[in-house]
Design a protein around this ligand. Sequence first.
Ligand code: SF4
Length: 263
Amino acid sequence: MARLTQADLVDLNHKFEERTPVELIQWAHEMFGDRLAAISAMQKAGSVLCHLMSQLEFGLKVLFVDTGVNFPETLQTRDRIAEQYGLNVITLEPELSMEEQTAKHGVLYLTVEGQQECCDMRKTKPLTAVKGEYDALLGSLRRSDGGKRESCPILAIDENMNCLRINPMAIMDDEQLESYISENDVITNPLHDQGFSTISCNRCTTPVLPNEPKRAGRWRHLGPWSVYCGINPTDMDPANSPAIDLPQDLVDRILGRETDFMI
Ligand code: SF4
């Protein structure tokens, strides 16, 4: 195994700024084969990612975390995307139902600390349960989303999953996203048309006013202290140079180098 750090990816990230989302997904597929999957919460950008993947026909899996308290519209969007785009959507679930969790731990999402615990149990842990199955995950984070995502890299190290996170749509702005959706008649979550700019669990998501930031509808009841759930490592404050361990030949191919063991 060989160590791959965020610092190792600086040159590649710089080069990838010029690439289109399709080119980046193609690169990822060539590099990782079926050790690559996508992750989507079935929001607007995730729908576009699913559409792009359906066009490329690589047969990659799409991971969806069902917290057990998603809106029915989100689950319907997942099912429509799986069926109409012919994608293999894998639903990941928490160990406990929300009822079981509440009986054991109380109503966690009513406090900032509890929210982190709840998101960890219902979102992050179901994903880390498949750690080791994938060397890379495609996501749909975009810099236009603002906040922590303003500077999200195309390639990011995910220490929790020991894999590379690839954000092929990082440079796609809102206008380009909307154009892609209308030109390709992309299936989107109907809640977006009801004022939801981002969509997560029904307990913690509300619509936003036109002049509010996009994420104002997330954990509104907790004030400005809760903004991200933690399932995307680049949303959180990372270690100085996060690192993962991947097979040596894979790291060499990612970085476009050959290791000379004679040195
Ligand atoms: S968004 Fe709310 S209900 Fe969903 S996992 Fe996080 S704290 Fe729990």
